[in-house]
Design a protein. Sequence first.
Length: 75
Amino acid sequence: MDFKKSLKNPAEAFDSPQDVANDPELSNAQKIEVLTQWRYDELETEVADQENMAGDKPDKLGEINNLLLKLKDKS
């Protein structure tokens, strides 16, 4: 896994946030960075969706937040 590439677009590099947490090639700190970026991207998308009144889409923020808490506890 190319860490820099996955950091630029986590949703493209991984199928789900859980895949980030399960990736054996990433350190705990790198997993936190990728998930933090994914969380930021999801928040930005959510704001844009609210402004445009877009339809429903899967909510990954809860999953990302839970994984971040677990990984930070391990740090």
